[in-house]
Design a protein around this ligand. Structure first.
Ligand SMILES: Nc1ncnc2c1ncn2[C@@H]1O[C@H](COP(=O)(O)OP(=O)(O)O)[C@@H](O)[C@H]1O
Ligand SMILES: CC(C)(COP(=O)(O)O)[C@@H](O)C(=O)NCCC(=O)O
Ligand SMILES: [K+]
Length: 258
């Protein structure tokens, strides 16, 4: 089995891929925060394997994407100790098939690179990948398979947290779309502002990118919060939570023989 490890700013996702059935068979998340991650790696991973009838020896190869360099050492050491495997750490330039046409290709988050590699593999067309993670990102690939660049705003939960931490009276609210854009109490006011506001933000960004580049795109959503903004459903050609994992697999595959 192939193991994909995707370290984002909120969660480290572990996902197991069965090459014979070509499916992701198992998936679990740990919290990225470092003190918690150390104990979670040591406890939750072995327990998960045990509970699901899996053995560390089932894992033949590991692909690792991280946008949180602080945790890389911990995860690499864990992989060496528990699986006896040195993971393949993805870099933004690890996938030669897609050229990164930005000023500093090395700066681009490897999760975003995984996203566009998976999008290109699926559609072979110009695409905008919208990733609803800790950050909300738009990554653009043109019809030649060239990565054009990225736009970044605070993610939905990050935006709600920032209101809560920067004000005296605003609570942290649930990510739930209210019926009206006009709030009738504080909780609804925040939900209305964030959820309808972000709906407009995503629509506006997609429109702006299309206008600037005079091109049509497949628009693909991914990330843990990709299904919260239900009014956006018609904007997306595809919502695929496994997009990053699929890209991680394709990049690892292109670099080593799976
Ligand atoms: N299956 C899920 N259901 C609900 N919330 C989720 C789920 N998966 C992730 N989330 C939440 O979505 C947010 C973004 O997650 P994710 O896309 O994994 O972010 P990152 O890549 O930045 O770690 C986090 O707050 C996470 O807890
Ligand atoms: C933009 C991101 C913070 C998104 O991270 P995530 O929300 O998945 O945790 C990450 O891809 C990152 O740190 N990128 C580096 C900057 C760049 O892509 O240009
Ligand atoms: K991510």
């Amino acid at each position: 089995m192939f193991l994909a490890i995707d370290a984002g700013n909120s969660n480290v996702v572990f996902a197991l891929y069965n090459q014979e059935s070509q499916t992701w068979t198992n998936q679990f998340r740990l919290e990225t925060k470092t003190p918690k991650l150390i104990s979670q790696l040591a406890k939750k991973v072995p327990v998960y394997f045990l509970e699901h009838g899996l053995s560390a020896a089932d894992i033949r190869e590991i692909g690792f994407s991280s946008v949180v360099p602080e945790v890389n050492g911990l995860i690499v050491d864990f992989c060496k100790n528990y699986f006896g495997i040195e993971p393949f750490l993805i870099s933004p330039t690890a996938y030669n098939a897609l050229e990164v046409k930005t000023q500093r290709p090395q700066e681009m988050g490897t999760d975003l690179m995984c996203n566009v590699v998976a999008a290109w593999d699926k559609f072979k067309q110009a695409a905008i990948v919208v990733d609803f993670g800790t950050a909300l990102t738009f990554t653009v690939v043109n019809d030649q398979g060239e990565v054009q660049g990225v736009s970044i705003v605070p993610g939905l939960r990050t935006a709600i947290k920032s209101l809560f931490t920067n004000t005296s009276k605003l609570p942290e609210v649930e990510l739930k779309l209210p019926e009206s854009a006009i709030g009738k109490d504080t909780i609804h006011a925040i939900q209305a502002g964030i959820l309808y506001g972000y709906t407009g933000l995503v629509q506006g960004m997609v429109k702006r990118i299309k206008e600037e580049t005079k091109q049509e795109y497949k628009v693909i959503a991914t990330g843990g919060l990709s299904e919260i903004l239900t009014p956006l459903e018609k904007e997306f050609d595809l919502i695929d939570r496994n997009l990053t994992l699929n890209g991680l697999r394709l990049i690892t595959q292109a670099n080593q023989s799976l």
